[in-house]
Ligand binder design. Structure first.
Ligand SMILES: C[S@@+](CC[C@H](N)C(=O)[O-])C[C@H]1O[C@@H](n2cnc3c(N)ncnc32)[C@H](O)[C@@H]1O
Ligand code: SF4
Length: 286
């Protein structure tokens, strides 16, 4: 594994204790998203957690990335987050952003994690795609088996392409789903090649009927002039929308990519188009 991700066996407690001390005098780079949300919206995820975790004992909040197993290769994503990206990447993707985690392997043995499960009160899963990652469901099954699910809140960020095990999720105290879409209709399908808007739309509405759900969206080059379309769809369907801070990395997918690094944008937009048989000129005015 590259050094960037701490593993469970690493001394992550000391690492985060040090970061906690550093952050007392201001935002550290890792806290970029909360800094942006504080500035733009006056509150952020850290405020939610600070309230929830006050006076807690043991390791009550778990934010775990088990692997990059994912069925999609969305245009703004990368091999470290998606196994499909890892499979389709070619040597032409020379930018360090794509090289990161190309050789990463993941530990499949989660017994060490499971042995600590009794203190957990909040479980957060991203990925990869959590609905596809067996270890996510092993953790959730263990909580059900130990009869502690009713005391645990679960947070899942998903691409909403598949619905599975909803009966299991129902057994938890609370489930909050963040469904990542970024756009609607054909633009959605351009951004997330292989995903079908009609299916994803139905899945999101179904998840919203059963759980607390918000749509999450990332502003970047391929949706920058169309954010109102997603806002309107969410409003029509009574769905909360949470726009993330605008994409920062990779540079050639930023909102201003055409002004700041046009050649890099052309290179990667065309590489992806070649792989997905698409044409970026239909989606961005250049
Ligand atoms: C990596 S995905 C994993 C969870 C799930 N597969 C999904 O798409 O929601 C987590 C979030 O990161 C967002 N994301 C993807 N590429 C990104 C990038 N380059 N910068 C910031 N966020 C990104 C996705 O839109 C999603 O909301
Ligand atoms: S679904 Fe999520 S993890 Fe998979 S490629 Fe898209 S953004 Fe990345």
């Amino acid at each position: 594994m590259p050094k960037k991700y701490l593993q469970y066996k690493d001394n992550w407690q000391d690492h985060f204790n040090k970061q906690g001390i550093q952050s007392e005098s201001g935002f550290i780079p890792e806290c970029h998203d909360c800094e942006w949300e504080d500035k733009e919206e006056g509150h952020s995820w850290k405020d939610v957690l600070n309230k929830k975790l006050v006076g807690s004992e043991g390791i009550t909040y778990w934010d775990i990335k088990f692997s990059n197993t994912c069925n999609l290769a969305c245009r703004m994503c990368r091999p470290g987050d998606s196994s499909t990206w890892k499979q389709i990447i070619t040597d032409d993707y020379t930018d360090p952003y794509y090289k990161q985690f190309r050789e990463a392997t993941w530990h499949k043995d989660i017994d060490l994690v499971l042995s600590q499960i009794r203190s957990v009160k909040y479980l957060k899963f991203t990925g990869g795609e959590p609905f596809m990652i067996p270890q996510v469901w092993r953790v959730l099954n263990k909580c059900i088996e130990l009869d502690i699910a009713k005391d645990i809140e679960v947070y899942i960020t998903t691409n909403a392409t598949m619905l599975k095990h909803l009966d299991k999720l129902k057994q938890f105290k609370k489930v909050e789903i963040l469904a990542s879409i970024d756009a609607i209709g054909e633009r959605y399908e351009y951004i997330r090649p292989g995903a079908k808007w009609q299916e994803v739309k139905e899945n999101i509405l179904e998840l919203n009927r059963q759980f607390d759900l918000a749509v999450t969206a990332l502003p970047f080059i391929f949706n920058k002039d169309h954010t109102h379309e997603l806002d309107a769809w969410c409003e029509e369907n009574n769905l909360e929308i949470r726009w993330s801070p605008p994409l920062h990395d990779p540079e050639h997918m930023r909102i201003d990519a055409l002004e700041r690094c046009p050649d890099k944008f052309y290179k990667y937009a065309e590489l992806m188009d070649k792989q997905h048989n698409t044409n970026w000129r239909e989606w961005v005015n250049a």
